[in-house]
Write a protein that binds this ligand. Structure first.
Ligand SMILES: NC(=O)c1ccc[n+]([C@@H]2O[C@H](COP(=O)([O-])OP(=O)(O)OC[C@H]3O[C@@H](n4cnc5c(N)ncnc54)[C@H](OP(=O)(O)O)[C@@H]3O)[C@@H](O)[C@H]2O)c1
Length: 259
């Protein structure tokens, strides 16, 4: 199936590692030019090299998504260098773990800036260029915690619900010009899932913790970044032209199992 992404441009936020990097590579494999940002310039340049090796233009910009000015620069550079923007992938790092009595106001403010305000910055900066596309879409990389809170991830559980509200509101406000969808990410193996396994089970072997974490997933395993990226690329693409306002779990059946 031709996804219709060839010759188009996407901007993928927080794309130096993990899910963002995987989605950027998936878009490039379809012939889509990619602007990308993250804070670590060396890691970002390495991903840009992988994108160029796939035969597309890459526009990497060091930017912290909590900083509106740097998000502005990153998206403007992408639009200037590729002359268009068709797809925005909203992503950021995850807020730190913690339970209610461990988190103070400062932690709440930082998590709000990282998870919700960053999404506002990205959509605001991308929207004028997206409106000029004949097949514009925004994809939020969210979490199954929107449906089922995750243990020890109070900040993420709370703020993802706000991002979900933003995504659903935008799907209606921006239609028919811009499609807006979300992926409710389950357990996908990345540096973050490994860091959380170490945090939640100090001293235990990460492999054992992840095997335990797979037990209640109907598919009996964590997902791979490539499996995740295939769904993200499809939802972002013109091939999904009649899909908007959707929050699609990519979770090996976990939400179904939870109930
Ligand atoms: N993996 C999962 O199973 C899973 C499940 C549910 C939800 N999620 C959520 O999905 C998102 C991505 O997860 P992941 O597993 O890909 O994490 P990851 O492997 O830790 O990668 C996070 C990426 O975000 C970038 N980043 C972090 N803070 C940033 C900031 N302030 N500005 C710009 N870039 C920033 C990091 O690059 P720099 O450090 O270079 O900035 C890195 O490229 C997170 O919000 C996570 O909570 C993941």
């Amino acid at each position: 199936m031709d996804l219709g992404l060839s010759g188009r441009t996407a901007f993928v936020a927080a794309a130096s590692h993990g899910l963002g990097r995987g989605v950027a590579l998936g878009l490039a494999a379809e012939g889509c030019d990619v602007g990308l940002c993250a804070r670590d310039g060396a890691a970002l340049d390495a991903v840009a090299g992988e994108l160029r090796a796939a035969g597309v233009r890459a526009v990497p910009t060091v930017a912290d998504v909590t900083d509106a000015a740097s998000v502005h620069d990153a998206i403007q550079r992408t639009v200037e260098e590729t002359s268009r923007l068709d797809v925005l992938v909203v992503n950021s790092g995850g807020p730190p773990p913690g339970r209610f009595e461990e988190v103070g106001d400062d932690g709440w403010r930082k998590a709000y800036e990282l998870t919700l305000l960053s999404a506002v910055h990205l959509v605001r900066e991308a929207l004028p260029a997206l409106r000029r596309s004949d097949a514009a879409s925004v994809l939020f990389l969210a979490s199954t915690s929107v449906k089922q809170p995750l243990d020890n991830l109070l900040l993420s559980n709370s703020l993802r619900a706000a991002v979900n509200g933003l995504a659903k509101s935008l799907a209606k406000e921006l239609a028919p010009a811009v499609r807006v969808n979300s992926i409710l990410t389950g357990r996908i193996r990345t540096a973050r899932t490994e860091a959380l396994a170490r945090h939640n089970h100090p001293g235990a072997d990460v492999k054992d913790v992840l095997a335990g974490g797979a037990a209640d997933i109907p598919m009996q395993r964590f997902g791979s970044v490539e499996e995740f990226a295939r769904v993200a690329v499809f939802l972002s693409s013109p091939a999904a032209s009649y899909v908007t306002g959707v929050a699609l779990p990519v979770d090996g059946g976990l939400i179904q199992a939870a109930g």
